[in-house]
Design a binder for this molecule. Structure first.
Ligand code: ATP
Ligand code: MG
Length: 183
């Protein structure tokens, strides 16, 4: 699966609906300090299920919703959608049949948080299941953030094992075993 497009609205500094195309294998995002480059990566990790506000550089989860600027009022909801090319049918289970997959998360100021796959309302777990073992996830290694390399170098053996198991693709089986054992 390859991430081909990102659509944001009301997310951090991206108040107006914005589509970011990711053509080709390598895409660079450049711009002055504070223009929103890191917010794009925050958006990707947010859709994938990040539930800790501090991991998204905020104090509460509602901090991802555009909170106004000198000439714009705050908005009441944030939404981010990721479009994946799944033409090779690599997505697991019922999702393998779709050539394109849309994964979306919406949050309102009242705290309502919803996830969707191809516009079908799903649980957060369905999103994490979809990417488990692929290296893509809110904290998986497909996204290498600032400080992550030193985090890996300094990791305790147990934490390092989590990275290695994800790279080896065994996380999903461990997760399934846990489920069947009712843990
Ligand atoms: P740098 O080059 O310094 O790393 P950057 O391009 O990565 O900068 P970001 O950190 O992505 O910049 O964006 C920071 C900007 O996003 C700030 O101007 C901040 O005010 C704005 N911002 C963050 N959260 C919100 C929000 N909820 N509502 C409105 N603006 C926000
Ligand atoms: Mg930045």
């Amino acid at each position: 699966m390859r991430l081909t497009k990102l659509k944001l609205a009301g997310f951090k500094s991206f108040v107006d609906p914005t589509a970011v195309a990711l053509p080709g294998q390598l895409v660079g995002v450049v711009g002055p300090n504070g223009c929103g480059k890191s917010n794009i990566m925050d958006a990707v990790r947010w859709v994938l299920g990040e539930s800790k506000a501090s991991e998204l550089r905020g104090e509460s989860m509602q901090d991802v919703i555009f909170n106004g600027s000198t000439n714009r009022k705050p908005v009441s909801r944030a939404s981010v959608e990721l479009i994946f090319d799944n033409s090779l049918g690599r997505a697991l289970g019922q999702w393998s049949q779709y050539a394109e997959l849309s994964v979306k998360r919406v949050l309102t100021r009242t705290g309502q948080s919803d996830y969707f796959i191809n516009n079908l309302k799903v649980r957060r777990k369905d999103i994490t299941d979809l990417f488990l073992g692929t290296g893509l996830g809110p904290r998986a290694y497909a996204i290498i953030g600032q400080g992550m390399i030193s985090r890996i170098i300094e990791a305790k053996p147990d934490d390092l094992r989590v990275f290695l198991e994800e790279a080896a693709g065994v996380t999903r089986y461990k997760e399934r075993r846990k489920e069947t054992q009712g843990r």
